[in-house]
Design a protein around this ligand. Structure first.
Ligand SMILES: Cc1ncc(COP(=O)(O)O)c(C=O)c1O
Length: 364
């Protein structure tokens, strides 16, 4: 266990008059993340990436971490100088670590070895304490055990246990993300995201619809996860999905999910790796899974549709896993064919644009 040094709350930002570009807390940099066009069809349908790795801590989850803490402060569940205990695969933990240090809370993350090592190191760097639980025997996440240990520890210490799977603050934390998308795009036809707690997809779609959008929502989980059924199995995408035996929380709001897909590790990782080579942007494996679905179905949408993939995090946290051929090969998920299929999809869309331009007489 690593011990945090005494945290001193960082005061809220009060920009000097006329100074709109400087903030005094990292959490004031949350949001305003950019969009990148990844692919386009000849019919003008676009696949856009909402680059949530541009948030502090490199993930969308800092949005909900801040919201869960703010709501707990408001209703008295979290008092000045208090202690927060939460199980995490890493990104929620990094978000909680950041907001905890700014506001003077102690934070203990309950983790396992399935988490990306760099997420664990980042939490420690921000002063969080880590409590490790045994990984599951099959090498998958030990989410059930992590959750149980966190609940027990929080009860024993009298700490605040956010319980991200059932905390409404999780989904509420994505209202601003919906507002941003509407401001950036006007309308969004389809939103695709990897599903774990459900907070990011369901929270964003709920707010989009509350603002009058008729966005279709598409949830993506790793093959082997049990949220949408199918046989349980081992998967190596971290952050998304639920292993066998894990109770699905209330933030997975099925009334807000229109389509659901399961994606094998090989396809998810190949998508992320091919995108890295095409764009220079390194994305996480769960984002790769969402892109895999987005690309495969891009032509199915009406001409001119806007399809957005929510990028949960960046690939720099996974350099020693999904960007490492040896790591993939050891786990039997280095899938050369999947890489080629992904390349071919991109090439097909590029070609469809050329054909459309020829049809329109714009190319001599
Ligand atoms: C990398 C990654 N992808 C996907 C998800 C799933 O997001 P949500 O819990 O909002 O459904 C998470 C959640 O922690 C994550 O860290």
């Amino acid at each position: 266990m690593t011990t945090a040094s005494a945290a001193r709350p960082i005061p809220a930002s009060h920009p000097a008059p006329g100074d709109h570009h400087v903030v005094r807390r990292a959490s004031d940099l949350i949001g305003g993340t950019p969009l990148l066009e990844l692919a386009r069809t000849g019919a003008g349908t676009r696949l856009l990436l909402k680059l949530e790795q541009c948030n502090p801590t490199g993930s969308c989850k800092v949005r909900m971490a801040r919201q869960m803490i703010a709501e707990a402060e408001r209703d008295g569940r979290l008092k000045q100088g208090g202690h927060i205990v939460e199980p995490t695969s890493g990104n929620t933990g990094c978000g909680l670590a950041l907001v905890a240090l700014e506001r003077g809370y102690r934070f203990t993350a309950v983790v396992d070895a399935h988490a990306a090592r760099d997420k664990l190191r980042a939490m420690v760097a921000m002063g969080a304490e880590l409590v490790f639980v045994e990984g599951s025997a099959d090498g998958g996440p030990s989410s059930v055990r992590r959750r149980q240990v966190a609940a027990e520890l929080a009860a024993e210490l009298g700490a605040f246990h956010p319980d991200q799977h059932n905390n409404p603050g999780n989904a509420n934390g994505y209202a601003d993300l919906a507002h941003e998308l509407l401001a950036q795009l006007g309308s969004i036809d389809v939103l695709i995201a990897a599903l774990g707690t459900g907070g990011s997809l369901c929270g964003t779609v709920r707010e989009l619809r509350a603002r009058g959008a008729s966005t279709r929502s598409v949830a993506v989980e790793p093959r082997g996860s049990i949220i949408f059924g199918g046989p349980p199995g081992v998967y190596h995408q971290t952050g998304a999905g639920s292993p066998a035996g894990f109770p699905i929380g209330s933030n997975v709001d099925r009334s807000l999910i229109d389509d659901a897909h399961q994606v094998a590790d090989g396809d998810a990782f190949a998508a992320a790796r091919v995108v890295a080579r095409r764009t220079g942007l390194l994305l996480g494996g769960t984002t790769g899974a969402a892109i895999h679905i987005g690309l495969r179905h891009l032509v199915d949408h009406p001409a001119g549709s806007t399809v957005v993939v929510l990028c949960n995090d960046a690939g720099e946290k996974y350099l020693d896993s999904l960007y490492d051929d040896a790591w993939l090969a050891q786990r039997g998920v280095l899938d050369e064919l999947a890489h080629r299929r992904m390349d071919r999809l991109f090439a097909t869309y590029d070609e469809s644009i050329r054909v459309a331009e020829l049809d329109a007489g714009r190319v001599a």
